[in-house]
Ligand binder design. Structure first.
Ligand code: ATR
Length: 275
């Protein structure tokens, strides 16, 4: 029988996950389909229970449900520490929750810079995405600095990590970027329809910095454009992270090796076609 996977969230209509996972199923010749389901916070518990009863094989969880969904699954330890899940696997009977956002970003960075241990990483943001990313980088032995508009949130996140510091977005930001190897935007700043926004401009960056933006809509954000102007050689867009977190979910559900190239191509083609 055809296996059913999907993503729950609100809004979810513009999610690229269906295009990405359906491309993977097609590439591997699997009899499976991936659909988007709009689910509000108040319907979340019923939706997860219903998905289990209907025999749905796996779900991704997105905004604004990632934190709340943790209460309705057996979560892996890492997801509990992060405080959010983005993946549910139903194959064991009970819903099991995972967080693959951090795994995705770690893979992107390792591919770009190699060893993470000992690197100075500045993360912009202290929300769910920043939590997942910083947890993995901290565990790998990076020296993480959290920079956030609301400084208290930065302090709170840093205090939960092993080796992390925090700052606000004021004058100290430039100094810290100067001393960083990697800069990650884990905020929504620069996302459509605010394409002209960036927290960091070219004059604040140096050419040896690795600049990674988790925003993928647009694919080249203002931040990445500023990085190019600053002569930055290693630039990574948000599509990579989307694909790698999706690939990690795919592997959890299917135990198959995800066809990364086909998944990335499907996402990039859809971005060019539809956005
Ligand atoms: P997510 O789970 O997607 O990370 P979130 O928890 O709402 O979403 O976090 C969004 C992050 O983007 C926060 O770090 C937020 O900063 P605050 O903690 O000060 O709210 C940051 N952010 C959003 N819009 C911003 C803006 N215009 N300028 C600076 N930071 C912004």
């Amino acid at each position: 029988m055809k296996k059913i996977y999907g993503i729950i969230g609100d809004p979810v209509a513009h999610s690229l996950s269906p295009v990405m996972h359906n491309a993977a199923f097609e590439k591997l010749g699997m009899d499976a389909v991936y659909l988007a389901f709009r689910v509000s916070k108040s319907e979340l518990e019923d939706a997860i229970r219903g998905a289990k009863s209907l025999g749905i094989s796996g779900l991704n969880v997105t905004i604004p449900l990632k934190e709340k969904a943790l209460s309705f699954v057996d979560a892996e330890e890492v997801a509990k520490k992060i405080g959010a899940i983005n993946t549910i696997d139903f194959s064991s009977g009970t819903p099991v929750g995972y967080n693959t956002d951090g795994i995705g970003s770690l893979r992107v960075l390792k591919e770009t810079t190699g060893e993470i241990k000992g690197k100075n990483v500045l993360i912009l943001g202290a929300g769910g995405a920043a939590k997942a990313i910083s947890f993995y980088l901290d565990t790998e032995g990076a020296k993480v600095t959290i920079a956030n508009r609301t400084k208290e949130r930065a302090a709170q996140l840093a205090s939960n990590l092993r080796n992390a510091d925090f700052i606000g977005l004021g004058a100290e930001l430039k100094k810290h970027i100067n001393a960083s190897d990697i800069l990650i935007n884990a905020t929504s700043v620069g996302m459509h329809p605010n394409e002209n926004a960036t927290l960091v401009s070219a004059d604040m960056m140096h050419p040896d910095l690795v600049v990674f933006d988790i925003v993928y809509n647009p694919m080249e954000t203002k931040l990445l454009n500023e990085a190019k102007r600053a002569g930055v050689k290693k630039i990574v867009d948000g599509v990579k992270m989307l694909v790698y977190q999706g690939a990690a979910s795919f592997k959890i559900w299917t135990k198959e090796e995800p066809p990364i190239k086909a998944m990335e191509k499907a996402v990039r083609d859809a971005m060019i076609r539809d956005y």
